[in-house]
Design a protein around this ligand. Structure first.
Ligand SMILES: Cc1cc2nc3c(=O)[nH]c(=O)nc-3n(C[C@H](O)[C@H](O)[C@H](O)COP(=O)(O)OP(=O)(O)OC[C@H]3O[C@@H](n4cnc5c(N)ncnc54)[C@H](O)[C@@H]3O)c2cc1C
Length: 457
């Protein structure tokens, strides 16, 4: 009966594949559209739910699944066409933002905004709020640059959103991979434009007195907040008629210091200096020295191309933990003082504190995405970050309570310990509309994991 062992082996293999249901968690990295389509085909045996992932730099479970299939998009990494005449670029979604920035620079072009983390993907930067120190009021988000988008719907069908379909574009930007998987986009870009970067060191109270004026100024704002030193280091960017020469080296040095050297030093100090008071004094002094030396002295001018950080390529490169909340700009003078008091109290009660400075950006009002955190008004995004794991989970719960109390808007991909009711309340009618649309596109909840289902089903 089994005369041909090869056939027998072959039959056995085929039978096993057909009979044994595949279970997750599985990670797939398609390298072309056909592979991606096959994975989404409802007739395929891809374990559900399906979560799409870019570089995996979000800080919560929005981009993974513990039981189904995580589709990693970094295999679709082709920049298709740079149109130097019409100032657009067409690219696959798995391209890293840093690679895109470098390619554009070779054509004398840049993205209109500045986005600090080069290691994230274009798809992840569109499907989630991704921002930086953009100069001027609007266009704070990477997603604002999208002109057209190609996606696969949850049922595996190809779907395009064309230029001018503004409502649809608005819904699909910042949709966290719950309406479809973005595989190709056309973005608007522009000729490289230089800016000056001026730096100032102020106390938190002083910052609180000037932050209202900064919120409405035609500048780009990034700041480093050191609550235990009562210091804010401001980086204010503005276009200038003559910003002077721009060099990449100071920005690279700054980036290397902030994202590589400091986290490593702080991690080591946390291991080798047992006395907290001594350790943190040292850590804060090193942070301040870096700000004073590198940022204030050397980083004077730049462009969105030169200021691009090379930080943390993907999850493996993650050197610190973070949680980001947005606060209305109109209240930020009060929030920033309250944050200083919150940090002091949290340290006193739990002996936990962040070793990295908190980082903030001003976000202009931007209703270009339905789930834009600054849909209604300008905001300040504030990121608390630390290299210390022990105590972090409790800290982010306290931070979430603090943020809720002060009108904080959670970021679905960047806030830790968020409460479903608070997300629903914060995004309110816009989220209602989004959910109705989602249910229509994905009635079988193929793209929902338990984390997102809390507020998106
Ligand atoms: C050290 C560090 C610093 C950071 N600094 C900043 C900062 O300064 N500013 C800022 O805005 N953010 C920052 N972030 C957060 C993070 O980089 C952004 O949220 C980014 O947009 C995520 O991109 P990603 O490619 O890693 O996407 P992922 O984290 O993998 O995914 C983010 C979301 O997008 C969805 N998604 C990904 N790809 C696709 C696709 N092709 N189609 C549809 N949906 C998709 C995922 O399902 C998920 O919901 C930082 C993160 C780290 C680790």
């Amino acid at each position: 009966m089994y005369a041909d062992p090869l056939t027998r082996t072959g039959q056995y293999r085929v039978k096993r594949i057909i009979d044994t249901p595949r279970t997750g968690p599985v990670t797939e990295t398609p390298t072309d559209l056909n592979q991606l389509r096959r994975l989404l085909d409802p007739a395929s045996r891809t374990p559900l739910p399906i979560r799409v992932q870019g570089a995996g730099s979000a800080c919560n479970d929005c981009n993974t699944t513990e039981s189904g299939t995580t589709i990693c998009m970094t295999g679709l990494d082709r920049i298709i066409h740079v149109d130097s005449y019409n100032h657009t670029v067409t690219t696959q979604a798995g391209v890293l933002v840093g690679d895109l920035v470098r390619e554009l620079a070779e054509h004398g072009l840049e993205l209109p905004g500045s986005y600090d983390l080069a290691g994230r993907t274009v798809g992840g930067a569109i499907a989630a709020p991704c921002f930086g120190p953009a100069i001027g009021g609007g266009g704070s988000y990477f997603a604002s640059n999208v002109i057209t988008m190609k996606l696969l719907r949850p049922d595996g069908q190809v779907f395009s959103v064309e230029a001018g379909q503004n409502n649809l574009l608005g819904a699909f930007r910042m949709s966290f991979g719950t309406l479809g998987i973005i595989y190709e986009v056309k973005l608007s870009v522009r000729p490289i434009r230089t800016f000056t970067a001026s730096h100032r060191r102020v106390s938190i109270d002083k910052f609180a007195t000037i932050v209202d004026a900064l919120a409405s100024a035609d500048v780009g704002i990034k700041f480093y907040l050191m609550p235990y030193r009562d210091r804010v280091y401001l980086d204010v960017r503005r276009y200038d008629t003559d910003p002077g020469s721009t060099y990449t080296t100071p920005w690279k040095l700054k980036d290397w210091g902030e994202s590589t050297v400091l986290p490593h030093i702080f991690k080591s100090l946390n291991r080798v200096v047992p006395m907290q008071s001594v350790r943190y004094r040292l850590i804060d002094t090193i942070s301040e020295t870096t700000q004073n030396l590198v940022n204030s002295r050397y980083v004077k001018s730049g462009s969105n191309a030169t200021s691009q950080s090379d930080r943390a390529r993907g999850k493996s490169g993650r050197r610190c933990f973070y949680s980001t909340w947005c606060f209305p700009a109109a209240d930020f003078s009060m929030v920033v003082r309250a944050y200083r008091d919150f940090c002091a109290r949290a340290y006193e009660e739990s002996q936990y504190r962040c070793d990295m400075p908190a980082v903030g950006y001003r976000l202009g009002r931007d209703p270009g995405s339905l789930l834009s955190p600054s849909f209604e008004e300008p905001m300040f995004a504030l990121t608390s970050a630390s290299t210390q794991e022990r105590g972090w989970d409790d800290f982010v719960i306290d931070l979430a309570e603090f943020a809720e109390k002060y009108g904080g808007i959670p970021l679905i991909s960047q806030s830790r310990a968020l409460r479903a009711e608070h997300v629903i309340q914060s995004y309110n009618r816009r989220l209602d509309f989004f959910r109705r649309m989602r249910r229509k596109l994905d009635p079988d909840k193929r793209f929902l994991n338990p984390f997102l289902a809390q507020f998106m089903q």
